[in-house]
Structures are given as structure tokens and as C-alpha cells.
Design a binder for this molecule. Structure first.
Ligand SMILES: Cc1cc2nc3c(=O)[nH]c(=O)nc-3n(C[C@H](O)[C@H](O)[C@H](O)COP(=O)(O)OP(=O)(O)OC[C@H]3O[C@@H](n4cnc5c(N)ncnc54)[C@H](O)[C@@H]3O)c2cc1C
Ligand code: FES
Length: 286
């Protein structure tokens, strides 16, 4: 196969099929089962990503998996990913050391419309691993803070041990740029936790929300969406102002294999970021 065919580009000039090589710059433990990886491109080029997008990570002889970008492009020419060791590829990723190389394809998929959100209040709601893509958005907002009005961050995890990005959450909580509130479902005996306990939906009723001026973004485990959306509707936020990032089983990442369909939509190219009015009526979407 010629190089041109192997690296077929779409109409955005994005290389679809051929991974480009990246070097692991650092690896940091987030929890016992999650690590944060920082990658730089071996050819020194920027990644060109936007908050909300994902990459296909490939390891030679092992496989490929879609992983969200966890860092904002405003932070420089590197890309970070928070990865849970869930299976074949991610277990192998957890063995990576600084200096090792991996292949990446992308960035793929839709992204959070930061231009369209300019001047609006933001309500950034994430649960569990959902903080991985949300972190890219939070970093972007932090770096372009003047573009947005009030910004509230809500994050929920199962237990204190499952809380991701603990250092950064502490900084966001003490920062005057955000109103950042955390909760955990339960606190096992002996664990240290001095703030809210209960599901994330409990954090929404006390908030003062101007529905027409607010965009809410939700990223989290499937069960979270339905109940968070109910609370947002009670606050008067309409479906076009609710943004969701959906996760589906993916293979190609470029709209060819059909593994990720939600009725007529392909989660990999029409999503993963959707406004709720795009998907609310679709079977199995939420
Ligand atoms: C757009 C997108 C963004 C993602 N971002 C991240 C991220 O930031 N960090 C992270 O750790 N993971 C993320 N994931 C999930 C990750 O891609 C899967 O866990 C993937 O299966 C890991 O590959 P693996 O080879 O390690 O696991 P496998 O060995 O392929 O799978 C492990 C198990 O998970 C099941 N499975 C695989 N994919 C899915 C899925 N999408 N939904 C439900 N079950 C699945 C498999 O059937 C199997 O039982 C994302 C997925 C998508 C679609
Ligand atoms: S992952 Fe192949 S079509 Fe979406």
C-alpha cells in the first residue's frame, strides 16, 4: 500500500488511518487504577486538538482504543490522557515509561463549542472518569477565563479513593475563577473526606441558575445522565443548552465501521459531544 493510501486524509486534512509516533514525556498515578500520561509528537508538530475530542491510541502488536484528550490546547504542544486499566490496550499502557513511544491517530470527534459559549455561565458536571475530558474544558476555561461569565464545577466520585486529579480539584476549589463543589457517594470507615456525601444530583438544587444564560455540560457514567438532566430541567435549562459527551464501543473512530451508532448518528464523527436536543429522542442515547 502506498504511503498516500495508508495515511488517507479526510476533508479537514486529518490523517485518518496512519498513527503518528508520540513519546511518553511523563506518567503520573491518579488512583490505583488510573494513570495520567503526557505525550509529545516525535515530529514536534502540535496535536491540533480541542476540548472534548478523543484520540485513537495504538500499541504495536497489542491494539488500539479511543481515549479522551484530558489537557487543553492552551497549555502547549503536549497532550495528556487519563487512562483506567480496563483491558488489553489500557493494561499495556499502564506499563509505559517516560521515553517509550506509542502511535496516536486523531484528534477525532466533535468538541465543546467554546466559541458559542462565550459570555455564558457554565455549569460543568462530571462523574468518575468523566473528569478526564472535562479537565481539558476546565483548563481551557481557566486560561480564557474572560470569555465566560460564572463558572461552576460539580464533580462526583464513588469514594474519596476514586477522586481523580485531587491536586487540581483542590486548586479549582480555592480559585476565585470557579465555584467548585465535590461529592462522593459514600465514605468508607477511616477515609478522610470533609465535604459533601451523596450522589452528584444533590449538588444541583442549591445552585442559583439563570437558565437562559447557562450552558451545562455533562460527562460521566451512563446512569448519571438521566438523573442530572432531570435536575437541570427542574432548573429550567432547555435541551439545546445541555451538552453531553457520550461513550460508545468504537473501532475505527472515523465513521466507517458502524460500531458506535446511535440510530442514524455515528458517535465517533457526529459526537462524542452532542447537545441534548440532538439525541434526546434517540433510542439508547441517554
Ligand atoms: C470517545 C471515548 C473516549 C474514551 N475516553 C477514555 C478515557 O479518557 N480514559 C479511559 O480510561 N477510557 C476511555 N474510554 C474507554 C476506553 O476506550 C475503553 O475502556 C477501551 O475498551 C479500552 O481498551 P482496552 O483494550 O484496554 O479494553 P478491552 O480489552 O477492549 O475492553 C475491556 C472491556 O470493556 C468493554 N468495552 C470496551 N469499550 C467499551 C465502551 N466504549 N463501552 C462499554 N464497554 C466497553 C469490552 O467489551 C471489555 O469487556 C473512552 C471511550 C470512548 C468511546
Ligand atoms: S467507530 Fe467506526 S463508525 Fe464510529
Amino acid at each position: 500500500m502506498s504511503t498516500a493510501a495508508a495515511s488517507k486524509a479526510d476533508d479537514r486534512g486529518l490523517v485518518l488511518y496512519r498513527p503518528f509516533m508520540c513519546r511518553v514525556e511523563s506518567v503520573r498515578d491518579l488512583t490505583p487504577s488510573e494513570k495520567l500520561f503526557r505525550f509529545v509528537r516525535v515530529d514536534g508538530q502540535p496535536f491540533g486538538h480541542k476540548p472534548g475530542q478523543f484520540m485513537q491510541v495504538s500499541l504495536l502488536g497489542i491494539g488500539e482504543a479511543p481515549i479522551s484528550v484530558s489537557s487543553s490546547p492552551t497549555r502547549g504542544d503536549y497532550l495528556e490522557m487519563g487512562v483506567r486499566n480496563a483491558g488489553t490496550l489500557t493494561n499495556a499502557m499502564h506499563e509505559l515509561k517516560p521515553g517509550d513511544t506509542v502511535g496516536l491517530r486523531g484528534p477525532f470527534g466533535t468538541f465543546f463549542d467554546t466559541e458559542g459559549m462565550k459570555g455564558r455561565n457554565l455549569l460543568l458536571i462530571s462523574g468518575g472518569c468523566g473528569l478526564a475530558p472535562m479537565r481539558a474544558m476546565i483548563q481551557y476555561v481557566e486560561d480564557c477565563r474572560g470569555d465566560f461569565a460564572d463558572v461552576t464545577i460539580l464533580y462526583g466520585a464513588k469514594s474519596p479513593d476514586d477522586v481523580l486529579y485531587k491536586d487540581e480539584l483542590a486548586l479549582w476549589q480555592s480559585s476565585d475563577k470557579f465555584d467548585c463543589r465535590l461529592t462522593v457517594d459514600a465514605v468508607p470507615g477511616g477515609a478522610c473526606w470533609d465535604t459533601n456525601v451523596g450522589v452528584i444530583t444533590k449538588l444541583i438544587p442549591p445552585l442559583a441558575i439563570a437558565p437562559d444564560k447557562t450552558t451545562a455540560i455533562i460527562v460521566g457514567p451512563p446512569i448519571m445522565y438521566r438523573f442530572v438532566i432531570i435536575e437541570l430541567h427542574k432548573k429550567g435549562i432547555s435541551d439545546e443548552n445541555i451538552v453531553v459527551s457520550l461513550e460508545r464501543y468504537m473501532k475505527c473512530g472515523v465513521g466507517k465501521c458502524g460500531h458506535c451508532t446511535i440510530e442514524h448518528l455515528y458517535c465517533c464523527i457526529d459526537g462524542p459531544v452532542f447537545t441534548l436536543d440532538q439525541v434526546a429522542g434517540l433510542r439508547g442515547a441517554i
